[in-house]
Design a protein around this ligand. Sequence first.
Ligand code: P6P
Length: 335
Amino acid sequence: MSRVTLSRYLIEQTRSHNTPADLRFLIEVVARACKEISHAVSKGALGGVLGSMGTENVQGEVQKKLDVISNEILLEANEWGGHLAGMASEEMDNAYQIPGKYPKGAYLLVFDPLDGSSNIDVNVSVGTIFSVLRCPDRNGAEGDLGEEAFLQPGTEQVAAGYAIYGPQTMLMLTLGDGVKGFTLDREMGSFVLTHDNIRVPESTAEFAINMSNQRHWEAPVKRYVSELLAGKEGPLGKNYNMRWIASMVADVHRILTRGGLFMYPRDAREPEKPGKLRLMYEANPMSMLIEQAGGAATNGTQRILDIQPTSLHQRVAVFLGSKEEVERVTAYHQD
Ligand code: P6P
């Protein structure tokens, strides 16, 4: 069978699911930007782009040179096309306004341009996470697009995905009709459909959490992880394996590929924060992908996609992956 590229998949989706041409164009542009980021990341020390900027982002996190470069690649690729009303990024305090010289469109693009960037200097997989929303009707309002236009629950996403820059560069995408995986053919420059029907197994024997935070967790998480560690002799009656790459894109990719449970709970280190990961451009797009692949995603007490955001960079606790284990750890929070 002839290869199905991302472009062909999107055209066929347009025919079968009436995917708007503007959304198709948006995904194509984001995919092209991810190819450019993949190229920059793969140069490593040869590209003079490793290391830090000596600046901090809105999260108070040190900005790597590639964080800023990746952010600029996505802005420059998307601002002129007429498909967006605005953009927001982990690397920018405020929403990005489409320059007046360019037409505006119906969609909002929210992204973490290079997630896991602390891993870049040690050559571990990193990625770009993106989420697409419709821009609310502005009723003729002029002027800058306010943050409130972006504050929509994850159920409002029309598309979500990530690019992972690892041994292969892959694009994982959902338009609300399941999850597809595309592998970058660097010789042709095309993303080729290689994973036509991604499914997260309902049960798993693998979990992912940063165990060094154990003393800071809340009781339900301490109970659950101790049961995982108790293995066959414990209440769960089976042995579990553990992985923690500390790059959400890489950990989630493993779970979409072979199942598992990813946890980043809130903890006592910063009790005023509901977690470390960000809702709008990490948890929401990843939760849409996981649910579209048959998994589940909660913050310990509710479905992540149902959370009504109150600020662009708000954080959230994350439990996502194989449904059986997400439901178990979530149930412990009810006890
Ligand atoms: P820790 C990367 O900085 C990130 O935002 C996610 O990609 C990753 O899952 C998490 O933080 C790792 O956090 O505390 O284990 O370094």
